[in-house]
Design a protein around this ligand. Structure first.
Ligand code: 5CA
Ligand code: ZN
Length: 423
């Protein structure tokens, strides 16, 4: 599927840093080791039934810093993102609003594209919808079935059964242990499962937490050819597992998303992949904090959304929105307050004014400036963007030691932080 236009990214003299990232399964910082000059990333994309809110924007802007950091280290980055363009919440919203589900998905994905473009987020190399990946999903579910890691559950009024993933069998036959990815104990997972799309009450399941792999065709719902599974549509976790495995090496460097995806989503997409391939899905799992409004998580279901498109329509500079997001550490939970945006706008103004008055001279383009070392060193320690912005404040206040020309500064801030300070 089409993504969005790439922003220009100035090239920087390469600096060889070692990135340390807080990985959820390890629950601590771990070095991210690149292989053969490459790094690979999968970030879970939107379910397009409502436009981009600040929580989504935060997740994609924070992972954009990872992409930019890797590129500045001279790595070749392979980045994949999905769109959950078929799932229950999308069908429910389409039903409730009387809009065709395809039109809803298309219009909201388009709005997301224009928001990402406005926020200067580097697009993924592969942007793929669940619907496009259905043949791959069918292939994998058939494989899991033949290996005894999936099983049918008869459904009322359907010609063929639904299919579920067998947690116990996967634990016995693969290297995956239940809870090892999201880092939750069984009691917490039992609490979270029904809140996040799971169906613990479904009769006929071997374990109440076994997740759905393939849903048989229901009257009045869209469905696709499922080969030996029968007509139907994919479960949620298998979608990301299959899209990632078909487009990235196994294991790839980082699986990303918001912390609401720790369980069940990332736990099970990793489990499905390990069961199908025999190797872990990813080396690291990175989860961004949840953005809220007045202390409550911002979510489509609660309707307490601050939309990027509404802020920009009111005349707010998307670059100030970006600066606001990056003033929070990627793992932090935080609540939006309109004053924060005014603060970010003033801050951006100070950086721009400092750049406009900075000295221009011919700096050696192959030699990293002291400012570049400082910013990259801040980012190498668990992608500390707030610390990078503080360094920029120091520089703008004339308190940063070491020379950096006007042009170098513009290129540096643009390449690493995605903020253009050009007048
Ligand atoms: N399509 C699935 C992932 S495969 C999904 O979770 N879609 S979503 O539209 O609900 O969320 C898109 C991304 O934004 C996910 O990575 C999710 O973790 C993240 N996200 C959702 N709400 C928030 C929030 N309030 N704060 C931060 N990130 C959020
Ligand atoms: Zn996903």
């Amino acid at each position: 599927m089409r993504s969005w236009p790439a922003p220009p990214v100035p090239s920087l003299p390469a600096v060889d840093e070692t990135l340390e990232l807080h990985s959820t399964p390890a629950a601590t910082r771990t070095p991210v080791v690149s292989r053969d000059g490459t790094a690979s990333l999968y970030v879970c994309g939107i379910t397009p039934y409502d436009a981009t809110h600040l929580g989504h924007a935060n997740t994609y802007v924070q992972f954009d810093i990872l992409v930019r950091y890797w590129r500045a280290c001279g790595l070749d980055v392979n980045y994949v993102q999905n769109v959950t363009d078929i799932d229950d919440p999308l069908l429910e919203r389409a039903d409730a609003t009387g809009v065709d589900w395809r039109m809803l998905a298309e219009s909201q994905t388009d709005l997301f594209r224009s928001d990402m473009h406005a926020l200067r987020v580097i697009p993924p190399n592969t942007y793929m919808g669940a619907v496009e990946m259905i043949p791959g999903v069918v292939e994998d579910v058939e494989r899991l079935l033949s290996e005894g890691i999936a099983y049918p559950v008869p459904a009322e009024g359907t010609a063929t059964p639904d299919y579920y993933f067998d947690i116990a069998s996967a634990e016995a036959r693969t290297g995956w242990t239940f809870g090892s990815i999201g880092n939750y104990d069984r009691t917490s997972m039992e609490e979270l499962f029904p809140e996040r799309g799971g169906d613990p009450e479904r009769a006929g399941k071997r374990d109440p937490l076994d997740p759905l792999l393939w849903l048989a065709r229901r009257e009045g719902e869209p469905s696709w050819d499922g080969g030996t599974l029968g007509e139907g549509r994919p479960g949620w976790h298998i979608e990301c597992s299959v899209i990632a495995r078909r487009h990235l090496p196994a294991p790839f460097s980082v699986q990303g998303g918001g912390s609401d995806l720790r369980f069940p989503h990332h736990e099970f997409s990793a489990a499905h992949a390990t069961a199908a391939d025999g190797v872990p899905l990813a080396e690291h799992y990175a989860h961004t904090g949840m953005v809220g409004l007045n202390g409550e998580k911002m979510s489509k279901s609660k309707g307490n959304l601050v939309l990027v498109s509404e802020l920009t329509a009111k005349g707010h500079d998307p670059q100030a929105i970006r600066a606001l997001l990056l003033s929070h550490h990627w793992r932090a939970d935080w609540s939006f307050h309109p004053d924060d945006l005014a603060f970010a706008e003033a801050r951006l103004g100070r950086w721009k004014s400092a750049v406009a008055h900075a000295e221009d001279y011919d700096a050696d383009p192959s030699h990293p400036s002291p400012l570049q070392y400082a910013l990259m060193s801040a980012l190498s320690g668990d992608l500390n963007a707030p610390a990078a912005l503080d360094i920029l404040d120091l520089w703008a206040a004339g308190q940063f030691p070491g020379g950096t020309s006007r042009r170098q500064t513009i290129d540096l801030v643009d390449a690493l932080l995605g903020i253009s300070l050009e007048a």
